[in-house]
Design a protein around this ligand. Sequence first.
Ligand code: C2E
Ligand code: CA
Ligand code: CA
Ligand code: CA
Length: 278
Amino acid sequence: ASKSRQCGSLIYHAQLDPGSQVSLSLLSDLRHAIKHEELRLYLQPKIDLQWGRVVGAEALVRWQHPTRGLVPPMQFIPFVEQTSFIRKITAWVLERAAQFAREARDAGLNLRLSVNLSTRDLMDQDLPGKIEALLAPLQVPPASLCLEITESAIMDDPARALSTLEHLHAMGFKLSIDDFGTGYSSLAYLKRLPVDELKIDKSFVMAMERDLDDARIVRSTIELAHNLGLSVVAEGVETAKAWGLLSRLGCDEGQGYFIAKPMPQDEFILWARNWQPP
Ligand code: C2E
Ligand code: CA
Ligand code: CA
Ligand code: CA
């Protein structure tokens, strides 16, 4: 481990060549991180915009590095996503999220935990079986988990993604299209996907108060989702005004700094108990 730390700032560069010396040491650091409990599960609440209730949380990983402090996901996930090691991270997050769903339920809070999946997770034929094995001992119903997939992860190999998603959907997991509006998936394709939710990308939500086009995109995405029978979530809700506008437009759920930033999982239950809708 001490050897890899010498790589300094280089080791978290996203554009690393997966075969290089530096990236090999990042992977070995991450293996070490999982084994020595250096990864942290952060949770960001999802709120029902009509009633103001806490309905779920998105699981977001961080790396509590011994010398670098808390490393944000954008500094290692994009690189790890180019390797099959992402499956180890996904399994770790899924397990912790499911454990948390169980803990929350025991504390009287019914939450749906959203977990991010990457392209390589979708390409893994064994993923549905692995998730099932992971959840069985925890007695967490599949509907307590929502799996978030970006359009680009799906469009990488649409046929294979579709078959994995159909399998997961049949098992009872909720499926969500993340960063909706930023990818290249066609509506014709979207129609065939067994998804339950669209998540409007934060770039549109954060700009909608000052840019009429963004506001129109948000409004039509909400309509599109509802016309397709899907639930719709806005991420990047940063202001009271955005909250008000989204709830008037009939958006189902919101997530963003106006509500709360992602927080360590052991703070979440207390936060949810004290939450007062604006
Ligand atoms: P994402 O899936 O789109 O997650 C939402 C990101 O937006 C999070 O950043 C969250 O903190 C941030 N966010 C939420 N509300 C607001 C807001 O009101 N304003 C602004 N400016 N930002 C907001 P985070 O936690 O840094 O994660 C960044 C990305 O890293 C995620 O984007 C996701 O692509 C990836 N990521 C994080 N955790 C995981 C994971 O466990 N697995 C995988 N595969 N990817 C992950
Ligand atoms: Ca997400
Ligand atoms: Ca997103
Ligand atoms: Ca994103």
